[in-house]
Design a protein around this ligand. Structure first.
Ligand code: ZN
Length: 512
């Protein structure tokens, strides 16, 4: 059995090498590659991805997994080896269900659709991309059909990114959240909005980036095992556990853009840097779901990085870096500016209170499209109607409406958005657990120290990679299931100090 396990690991590391090489090509494409390289790069990435897929779905690997099953059953299920066999089998079974010819067709459709979208959005022309989107919807349905036995057709697609979650679970969580969130949003947005003009002066890029790098070093992002480069749409990527990179972007007239996207990506990066080295090169060396991954970026970006305690320590440094711009701006003004809440058009610019409404709108539309209740041709109108119902604003055009996010134009319809809100909920829930165990975390943040928090996250979440599913992890860490209560409590506490909020009728604690 030892020999077979070794054989499995050898095969998996070659798959990982191919995937990492493809990731490196993608990173280069998004950071330094001259535009002339685009056509060849698309082909090169596709070739490597295909080779990785072929290698991973070879029947020999399936046979090996079958032979290892009795061995797995003897091991404790949380051991590295049992987890490796279990998680590899899960991914293998998923991968072999989708015919390679379909995948190839789907990828090439996505890159074509993405290309059309990059022209359609600036042109504010939904009809230009509509035929592509109709094809995407048909293919998303086909993709789901490879996994029969679902309750809702979106389930298999949600399962890709948030394993174990069904549309009905997400709906239940979202409706519970919405009910408690909307009164908070309405109360805050009925009051005078914060003045955030202090963030919109001229801030030289070089100094913005320097401040960001110093900040994430303090949080615990390891530059010996990572680096940061500039890109258009920030992301994190990993080539091995010793090389977990992040990207950022800056706007000279918006101080918060680079700063918070840097902290956000560093949160994703610290998660993967914190995975135990023994898992490197295996399918276990990844975050466990998009929701849990996002919980880490949000925890560092919002719960820590937009907190008063954090800025009590970091604001004097920021003022020193930008003395001309912020020298006479008080900490209170700055704090209110970075936590300004407003109903706005763009999801990625939204504050942490209204953000979830953007996600829920997209999630519901995805389900309607997949259900066949909504036609692609009617999507822009449906978007406007729901947007007006939820935000009280009518998007002036499709560019900042239905065309704003890349997701549907470069991937499946279904499964792409729920992770963001699950992440907001889980980030607050994990932070509450960390605080229960280490009340000193608050005073450390105020002193610019993050060691206890970072160690706790590493010990309880990061080190495991994807050995445990999201729900197993939440159970282990918090002793219960996913709950919206800590997130609502966090928002009420933080924003209740800045704005007058209505009392909740009966603040029921639904913690297990
Ligand atoms: Zn993220």
């Amino acid at each position: 059995m030892e020999a077979k396990l070794k054989e499995l690991k050898c095969c998996l590391i070659e798959v990982d090498d191919l995937q990492s090489a493809a990731a490196l090509l993608y990173w280069d494409q998004s950071t330094y590659m001259p535009s002339g390289g685009a056509a060849a790069r698309a082909r090169q990435t596709a070739t490597l991805s295909r080779l990785a897929h072929e290698k991973f779905t070879t029947p020999a690997l399936g046979k090996l997994l079958d032979e290892l099953q009795p061995y797995e059953e003897q091991l404790p299920c949380d051991s590295d080896d049992a987890s490796l066999i279990r998680v590899t089998r899960r991914e293998y079974e998923r991968a072999i269900k989708v015919p390679p010819a379909f995948m190839q067709k789907f990828y090439s459709h996505c890159s074509e659709s993405y290309q059309v979208w990059t022209e359609a959005r600036p042109a504010n022309d939904f009809n230009m991309v509509r035929p592509c989107l109709e094809e995407t919807l048909a293919m998303s349905r086909q993709m789901a059909e490879f996994f029969p036995g679902y309750e809702h057709i979106a389930d298999p697609l949600i399962d890709f990114s948030d394993y174990g979650m069904k549309a009905s679970d997400v709906r239940r969580i979202f409706s519970n959240l919405r009910e408690r969130l909307v009164p908070i949003v309405d109360a805050i947005t009925a009051q005078t909005p914060a003045d955030d003009s202090c963030l919109h002066q001229t801030f030289p890029e070089e100094r913005q980036l320097r401040f960001g790098i110093e900040t994430i070093k303090r949080l615990g992002y390891d530059f010996e095992r990572g680096r940061q480069d500039k890109t258009h749409h920030p992301f994190m990527t990993k080539f091995s556990l010793g090389d977990v990179r992040i990207t950022t972007r800056s706007k000279e007239d918006d101080l918060s853009d680079a700063l918070f996207s840097t902290i956000h990506e560093a949160g994703h990066g610290m998660y993967e840097q914190g995975i135990r080295m023994e898992l490197d090169g295996t399918p276990l060396a990844n975050g466990t779901s998009s929701g849990v991954h996002e919980s880490q970026s949000r925890l560092w970006e919002n719960v820590v990085g937009r907190s008063r305690r954090f800025w009590n320590c970091f604001y004097p440094r920021l003022q020193a870096e930008f003395s001309d711009q912020l020298g006479t701006v008080s900490l209170e003004t700055f704090y209110r500016a970075i936590n300004k809440v407003q109903k706005s058009l763009i999801r990625t610019d939204a504050d942490e209170v209204t953000y979830n409404l953007h996600v829920m709108l997209r999630f519901e539309l995805e389900l309607d499209l997949l259900d066949g209740v909504l036609k692609v041709a009617d999507l822009p109108d449906a978007w406007r109607e729901r947007f007006q119902a939820d935000f009280g604003i009518v998007p002036p055009d499709d560019r900042d409406g239905v065309l704003q996010d890349v997701h549907w134009y470069a991937g499946t319809i279904g499964g792409a958005f729920q992770g963001y809100t699950l992440g907001n909920i889980l980030g607050a829930q994990f932070f509450a657990s960390a605080l229960d165990n280490h009340p000193e975390v608050f005073s450390e943040i105020e002193a610019g120290e993050f060691g206890t928090l970072h160690r706790w996250l590493k010990e309880n979440i990061y080190q495991h990679g994807c050995k445990f599913t999201a729900s197993e992890l939440v159970q282990r860490v918090t002793g219960g299931s996913l709950q919206v209560e800590p997130y609502i409590a966090y928002l009420r506490q933080k924003y209740g100090e800045l704005y007058e909020l209505p009392c909740e009728e009966s603040p029921v604690s639904n913690l297990d």
